[in-house]
Design a protein around this ligand. Structure first.
Ligand SMILES: CC(=O)SCCNC(=O)CCNC(=O)[C@H](O)C(C)(C)COP(=O)(O)OP(=O)(O)OC[C@H]1O[C@@H](n2cnc3c(N)ncnc32)[C@H](O)[C@@H]1OP(=O)(O)O
Ligand SMILES: N[C@@H](CCO)C(=O)O
Length: 519
């Protein structure tokens, strides 16, 4: 009888540690040399790209993941700048032992062209005039954003990206990357996005833009050095922000509660606002106060002209070709993960499903996952557990070897039932693989087999062994192990090598623990 200490699992996956933060990070800037040509045919010179990098590139630079930000994001995706109160916008998934594991991958994130966070955009100085571009800045597209990122990637000496990932408009860049430069992308992760902006999405963008351009302070985009069109920009964000939430999340966050902190009171009947709140009734309800807050903080961090250009780029986005998305995505070679969010009404799950269908129709390996969340569209910034689990599984393809117990207990078929049962009780295990002298799998006994044997007064183990034993290989995916367990209603499987030798055990508990840890 072999007795050893039962050791645990998750070795390659978690190294027993939870995700950690990156600490202080810094932004860098790269200037694209020469002329940068846009999709429209117009050109820009001295184009600057703000970017951040976390983790180390390996020697052949094959471990780089490019993360693309959404509408109002920036290059600061994770960690803290010295004066930060909050970490970068995707800190929940980027860092040591997180899905974008900086001990394994090198993560690069850059601010898009057209933005206002260090990369060239409408608020940048036009080198030809010495003044901000304003609305003389050329129209930009998602493809232009990707082309600028490609220049950065080339400058960094990267021939192929291990992965490109992003949510919302970041997901559009992911799709565009794999269409424009298929040979440069191994894996692609597109979250809460679409391959073609719909009339409803364009409509929301249009109202936001109208709010800005109707603000007299917008002044045809010429407000730099003067008062900014704060009212219009704030209103644009308030409208946009509603679409990032959901009915359920708003119910949960605010209900119909009044914003008592502002001193507003309800009437004596308790259900109607008193007339004292007029004419300024904009903060009666908590949700109003919240939207005002979101609108006003936005004006301190974003440029109104950038908002116009970027939302227009989103509207123009359409990867279908001759009216067919299948044709539009036909050149893609990357392995895809497409994730949608159940409560996302801005980029509803059906749009992600359309992407997956078109990819699959082209024979592209595409996996579809749904994040179950009430947060609405912004869940891609918030659902830490599900995102980490889904993305990690896709990037690292969790295998049986990652979660199997390497130190396990086994018995020989000549053993007595009494000894086997003592071992099970002592070591608190319910399954014992039966192995030959050279460690080859011959069968399995369970605590249930032993209970039955004792009841029937059977003493020899050989009589109760299950010989048609199900097993897995260490290189199998955990999904394979899990479906065998489900199909045959069993809770543990021996793991064998190519010579039928038992090298470990995988249990339903270790799979549940994996999901529990990140689910
Ligand atoms: C995706 C990219 O690439 S980057 C862009 C991502 N970043 C943003 O969009 C920034 C603004 N967006 C948000 O804050 C988003 O809601 C999220 C998704 C990032 C964060 O969501 P949550 O953590 O759920 O925060 P929540 O939506 O509750 O907002 C919290 C803010 O509202 C304020 N707030 C909450 N209730 C109220 C209220 N009744 N009245 C006034 N303000 C309120 C909080 O004080 C907090 O303010 P702060 O952000 O200035 O500290
Ligand atoms: N909160 C996100 C949502 C848009 O995808 C942003 O502002 O970029």
């Amino acid at each position: 009888m072999e007795i050893s200490t039962q050791g645990s699992s998750f070795k390659n996956l978690f190294s027993g540690r939870k995700g950690q933060n990156l600490g202080i990070v810094r932004s860098m800037n790269y200037e694209i040399p020469g002329i940068f040509r846009l999709e429209s045919g117009k050109t820009l010179s001295h184009v600057r790209i703000e970017y951040e990098m976390y983790g180390k590139m390996n020697t052949d630079k094959s471990n780089v993941i490019l993360v693309c930000h959404a509408l109002t994001g920036d290059a600061h995706a994770a960690g803290f700048h010295a004066d930060d109160k909050k970490p970068g916008w995707w800190n929940i998934v980027i860092g040591p032992n997180k899905a974008f594991d900086t001990e394994r991958y090198c993560i690069v994130c850059s601010n898009i062209i057209g933005g206002c966070k260090g990369s060239t955009g409408p608020s940048s100085i036009n080198p030809e005039t010495g003044k901000p571009y304003g609305i003389s800045f050329p129209v930009i597209t998602i493809a232009d954003m990707v082309n600028a990122q490609k220049k950065l990637v080339e400058y960094l000496g990267i021939k192929q990206l291990f992965a490109v990932a992003g949510g919302s408009m970041g997901g559009m860049q992911v799709l565009q990357w794999t269409v424009s430069y298929p040979e440069m992308i191994k894996k692609a992760i597109a979250i809460a996005t679409t391959a073609s902006s719909t009339p409803q999405q364009i409509a929301f963008g249009a109202i936001g833009r109208k709010a800005i351009t109707d603000d007299p302070k917008w002044n045809k985009g010429n407000y730099y050095g003067k008062e900014i069109p704060a009212q219009g920009l704030s209103l644009a964000r308030m409208i946009g922000h509603i679409t990032y939430l959901s009915d359920a999340s708003m119910q949960k966050k605010f209900g119909r509660d009044p914003q008592t902190e502002t001193g507003l009171t309800t009437s004596k009947t308790g259900s109607e606002p008193s007339s004292e709140i007029f004419p300024d009734s904009s903060s009666y309800f908590q949700v109003e106060s919240y939207l005002n807050h979101q609108g006003s903080t936005f004006t301190k961090r974003f440029d109104a002209n950038s908002y116009l250009y970027i939302t227009k780029a989103v509207d123009f986005f359409d990867l279908s070709k001759n009216g067919s998305l299948i044709e539009g995505l036909s050149g893609i070679t990357a392995k895809y993960l497409v994730i949608s969010i159940t409560s996302d009404w801005l980029y509803p799950p059906y749009q992600s499903q359309e992407i997956v269908s078109a990819l699959t129709a082209n024979g592209i390996d595409a996996k579809y996952e749904e994040i179950r969340s009430q947060y609405g569209h912004d869940a891609f910034l918030l659902e830490e557990g599900q995102l980490n689990y889904i993305i990690r599984s896709f990037l690292s393809q969790v295998l049986v070897s990652d979660i199997m117990y390497q130190n396990f207990y086994s018995v020989s078929r000549n053993e007595t039932i009494e000894n086997a049962s003592t071992l099970m009780v002592k070591k608190k295990v319910n399954h014992l693989p039966v192995v030959s002298e050279d460690g080859k799998l011959e069968g399995i006994v369970t605590s249930w087999d032993i209970t039955k044997a004792v009841a029937c007064k059977i003493t020899e183990l050989d009589e109760i062994i299950t010989r048609d034993v199900k097993y897995v290989f260490s290189g199998d995916k955990i999904e394979t192990a899990s479906s065998i367990m489900e199909d045959y209603s069993i809770s543990a499987l021996p793991v064998i090598d190519s010579e039928n030798r038992v090298i470990g055990m995988v249990t339903s508990e270790s799979i549940s623990a994996l999901i529990g840890r990140f689910g």
